[in-house]
Ligand binder design. Structure first.
Ligand code: PMP
Length: 425
């Protein structure tokens, strides 16, 4: 294959190449594949790393002698809160350990803001004529569908390799008090893998906002999910916010969903003293306490935060080869063609693939026809609408390595075929 940009080919060369790549695609279809790169789920071998949990805990008493089988302890066990505090770089006093899903905690926070308002809200958000949220794009689809579900309008800003574009954010928050908050996945963002720099984080925490109760939902789902030796530390959101006089701005979330069992982990929230008290006051009407047995099981399994870090290195050993396979397939088949760019993430669960403008939906459709399921084009944008139809999120962790290799070879063919079709049209 030539490495000249496809856009530089003559009409004849383009037609010849289209014939070749169509044949490759027909061969791909003939393989009758059934592969799935859609969701960022841990593979079975990753889940096996945590099977020790299935026979824990060995006691039902926590460190202080409390019987974890009973009700109570709304903020979670001290020992699991200590582990989260260490991993997230926050004070243990700021942490609440909850149930199995951080997404649920985000939803609770948003619904409470809508129904009750935050500690610094003039009125409940739901009583405002309109509530808007800033959404860095491409971003996490469930963040966007949650806002749509709750009737919160979305304003897109570009993600950069250092986090959300702070100039774009600043312009949106400065004068419009209906802009009440924003999402950010600060470390190894879903899907770009970007890591929010300390400088960008400091700007976001310090910037003036027209809304007095502006919230940054700091979803650090991938804080410890490194893919290389460099174990990048997340920016100190709570510290930066407090230092710039906006202690209540960030609310931090994390979970062990992609550390232990995706469906049976422990989630956590960390926030200022006022925000934490506010959250627990709301939660008090919804629960008498979390699943402390599961929290204790996790504490016994890990021992401490270093236990988590060691465990994450085992995940890395299993999934880094899958990310390498994605990179190999894309670079060996698409480099130089001028029809795609992609990320080489140093952590997290995704590779962000940008194809020729206007062809992402076609690529996903072609892949589907060949038995390769990809996340629907546009899902990383509010309302599923990628204005350039160029973005595709690849999630290589769930299939076994051989399947990732097969699937990505197929994806590369689909990317080129869709581009050739468009250029020949
Ligand atoms: N946040 C992000 C950015 C995610 O990618 C995911 C999982 N795909 C979640 C949250 C979900 O977290 P949990 O399982 O704790 O609800």
């Amino acid at each position: 294959t030539s490495a000249a940009p496809l856009s530089a080919l003559s009409a004849d060369d383009l037609a010849a190449r289209l014939t070749t790549v169509r044949a490759a695609y027909d061969e791909l279809k003939a393989q009758g594949l059934k592969l799935d790169l859609t969701r960022g789920k841990p593979g079975a071998d990753q889940l096996d790393l945590s099977n020790g949990l299935l026979t824990l805990p060995t006691t039902y008493l926590d460190r202080s002698g409390t019987d974890t089988r009973n009700y109570g302890g709304l903020e979670g066990l001290a020992e699991i809160r200590e582990i989260f505090a260490d991993l997230l770089g926050v004070d243990v006093a700021s942490v609440v350990a909850g149930g199995n899903s951080s997404l649920t905690m985000m939803h609770q926070v948003l619904t409470a803001l809508l129904l009750k308002g935050g500690p610094d809200s003039p009125r409940p958000w739901g009583q405002e004529p309109v509530v808007k949220f800033i959404c860095p794009v491409p971003g996490y689809d469930r963040h966007f569908t949650m806002l749509a579900e709750l009737g919160i309008e979305m304003l897109s800003v570009p993600m950069t390799p250092d986090g959300p574009d702070p100039v774009a954010v600043r312009a949106l928050v400065a004068n419009d008090p209906s802009v009440k908050g924003m999402w950010i996945v600060p470390t190894y963002a879903n899907p770009t893998g970007a890591v929010c720099s300390a400088e960008v984080a400091a700007e976001l925490m310090a910037m003036p906002t027209a809304a007095p109760d502006f919230r940054i939902l700091w979803d650090n789902a991938y804080a410890v999910h490194h893919l290389t030796d460099v174990e990048t530390k997340s920016a100190d959101a709570l510290g930066l916010a407090a230092a710039s006089g906006h202690p209540n701005r960030p609310i931090m979330f994390a979970s062990t969903s992609k550390i232990t069992f995706a469906g049976a982990g422990v989630a956590a929230l960390a926030a200022s003293p006022e925000n934490k008290a506010w959250y627990l006051q709301r939660l008090n009407f919804a629960a008498i306490g979390p699943d402390k047995i599961n929290q204790l099981r996790h504490v016994e399994f890990f021992g401490d935060a270093d236990g988590v870090r060691a465990h994450m290195r085992k995940h890395r050993a299993l999934i880094a080869p899958k990310f390498a396979a994605v990179e190999d397939a894309l670079s060996s088949r698409l480099t130089g063609l001028g029809i795609a760019t992609w990320t080489v993430p140093t952590g997290g669960y995704f590779v962000n693939l940008d194809v020729l403008d206007g062809t992402a939906s076609r690529v996903v459709a072609l892949a589907k026809e060949a038995g390769i399921a990809l996340t629907p084009a546009g899902s990383a944008y509010p309302h599923g609408n990628d204005p350039d139809d160029r973005n595709i999120r690849l999630a290589p962790t769930y299939p076994v390595l051989d399947e990732v290799v097969l699937a990505m070879a197929g994806v590369a063919v689909c990317v080129e075929l869709a581009a050739l079709e468009k250029l020949s049209a």
